[in-house]
Design a protein around this ligand. Structure first.
Ligand code: SAH
Length: 350
């Protein structure tokens, strides 16, 4: 299997061109083609013989689009296939104030949150930095006329901090001035909560927006919906977030899925107030997107907004997030699961 060319950073590209006896400036030329998601035929400023050598070892475009669905609100859900045949999902979210891409970082997910479709079949493998980047590059090229991509959210399938090295390599590649040059302030990384990795992220000089999928204010409650809560306590997580804020100066985001009657009551507000004391944060309330792997339900809209008001009254910055693209295939993982099931069915019928 060929290595995605976009896996390589500037130092690696420089070493590569030197290996092939080419002048150093070719590394920059290649990086510009990578950023444009060009195919090798479009590398017209490089010698044909060199491109022929490169293409034996490297893939110019490591992702192939399998299908897409466009939602009524303009969100586009893409299903891609990797060089090795795995299916991954990404979402394009166009806004007046800038266009975002939501990327996947693993094939499947090993975290096993009960409400999440991505983890239904467990973790298959980590994506490489280039495979994560290629989702952004493909979508930026595909939506050039709409202004490309300005923001990135790592909220697709997979746990970014469980694929730590590839995640930070991806963040550096997409942030690089010879690449898409997307600022750290325009990148959000969402985690189910690995405290040691949260601290390491700040130590490694990454200052993106960090979102913690909290979803419940107490360990006992969190354990009933998230496996990771058996390993780390909410106290450990909040301490890690405080340390992230101290080192980066970036306010952190707490994601809180609203599940009807489970975590949307007055006592949840009081527990959140106590837990979040002294943490510079904003709470994003996300009405649960129902999936077919659990029978949890979101609260009525009115109840969601009332919960938000209760949080604000308790002195917590909070808002209810409008979930884009929910009419196309729900939360991440569902389009992949559905397509994979259909592909399996049609190959059985052949
Ligand atoms: N593993 C990371 C990132 C992927 S999930 C994490 O856990 O944060 C991105 C976000 O979508 C998380 O907050 C996750 O809890 C949320 N999510 C997953 N399934 C959902 C669903 N059915 N409805 C609403 N949000 C969901």
């Amino acid at each position: 299997m060929k290595t995605p060319l976009c896996d390589l950073n500037m130092d690696e590209l420089t070493a590569l061109v030197i290996k092939y006896g080419q002048p150093k400036y070719r590394a920059k030329q290649i990086s510009h083609h990578i950023a444009a998601y060009d195919c090798f035929d479009e590398y017209t400023d490089l010698p044909k013989s060199f491109i022929a050598q490169l293409s034996e070892e490297y893939a110019d475009r490591p992702l192939k689009e399998i299908t897409r669905i466009t939602a009524s609100d303009g969100a586009v859900r893409y299903l891609f296939q990797t060089e090795g045949g795995d299916l991954i999902e990404s979402v394009y979210l166009p806004h007046d104030y800038g266009n975002s891409v939501c990327v996947s970082c693993q094939v499947g997910c090993g975290m096993g949150c009960v409400f999440c479709a991505s983890g239904k079949h467990g973790l298959l493998r980590n994506l490489s930095a280039g495979e994560i980047l290629a989702q952004v590059l493909y979508i930026a090229r595909d939506n050039k006329d709409k202004g490309g991509v300005n923001k990135i959210v790592m909220m697709g399938s997979g746990e970014p901090l469980a694929n730590y090295d590839n995640t930070i390599k991806f963040l550096r590649l997409v942030n690089c001035s010879d690449g898409l040059n997307i600022g750290m302030r325009s990148i959000s990384v969402s985690t189910c909560g690995l405290p040691d990795k949260i601290v390491r992220l700040a130590d490694d000089g990454i200052s993106c927006t960090l979102s913690l999928s909290l979803h419940a204010a107490t360990d006992d409650k969190r354990k009933t919906i998230m496996n990771i809560a058996h390993k780390y306590s909410v106290k450990q997580l909040i301490d890690a977030l405080k340390s992230y804020f101290d080192k980066t100066g970036r306010r952190v985001i707490l994601e809180y899925i609203l599940i009807d009657g489970f975590n949307d009551t007055k006592s949840d507000v009081a527990e959140l107030r106590d837990l979040l004391k002294g943490l510079c944060c904003h709470v994003n309330l996300i009405p649960l997107n129902p999936t077919d792997n659990c029978n949890l339900k979101p609260p009525a809209k009115k109840r969601a907004y009332a919960f938000c008001e209760m949080l604000k009254d308790a002195g917590i910055s909070a808002s209810v997030r409008r979930s884009m693209g929910s009419d196309v295939a729900g939360a991440c993982g569902q389009l992949k699961n559905r397509t994979a099931e259909e592909m399996a069915k049609s190959s059985k019928n052949k």
